[in-house]
Design a protein around this ligand. Structure first.
Ligand SMILES: [Zn+2]
Length: 199
């Protein structure tokens, strides 16, 4: 059985993205609660960076604490996974307008990390098996993204960041809020983690 650290992106004063009154930080937390429960049910030890919207540790410190654990504590983390949700917008001279077309889930990984790429690959396969709509065919490297991410580049363990979907796509936002779709995603991720660990 593995030791896993999960992360509900943002929290507290940092809401992350928001659309139609839905805050990304709340959506992320719903998914992480379910993922933690399922992973524990499967016998894994799960640490998580926040369990509520209060007492939120900023991202830089989350990464530091993960690295301290990795250096000093046994057993160390087998992998770490963060949950986020996205919005798509067109920038105009007067501000921005939503782009309602983009939709789908994808995993962001570091292409220089072979285990990171393998983890993203099996997670994508697992989501595909359950017919979860994917953006970027399910995987986007930080090079393709065009920037480095603390969760991936400032942490020692094997790491991926999940973008659960685009809140600006009305059908996807509706789907993301349903217990059935949440369960489908969470099971796909847990299956992918087990595939990665058992390979
Ligand atoms: Zn986010």
């Amino acid at each position: 059985m593995a030791v896993i650290c999960t992360d509900a992106g943002h929290g507290g004063p940092d809401s992350g993205a928001s659309w139609n009154g839905i805050l990304e930080k709340d959506l992320n937390l719903q998914f992480v609660h379910q993922l933690n429960a399922l992973l524990r049910q499967r016998g894994h030890t799960v640490y998580t960076t926040r369990t509520s919207d209060s007492h939120v540790i900023p991202l830089g410190l989350r990464c530091q604490l993960i690295n301290e654990h990795q250096r000093l504590r046994k057993p160390s983390f087998d992998l770490i996974i963060s949950m986020h949700a996205n919005v798509a917008v067109h920038h105009t001279s007067t501000g921005y307008i939503p782009d309602t077309k983009p939709h789908g889930l994808y995993f962001i990984y570091d292409h220089e990390s072979k285990p990171g790429m393998r983890l993203a690959t099996v997670l994508t396969q697992s989501c595909r098996n359950r017919s979860i709509p994917l953006a970027y065919e399910g995987m986007l490297s930080t090079v393709e993204l065009g920037r480095k991410l603390a969760w991936i580049h400032k942490t020692i363990p094997v790491s991926v960041l999940t973008e659960l979907g685009f809140m600006t796509n009305p059908a996807e936002l509706k789907r993301l809020l349903t217990p059935e779709y949440q369960e489908q995603i969470v099971h796909s991720i847990a299956d992918g983690i087990d595939l990665y660990l058992n390979a």
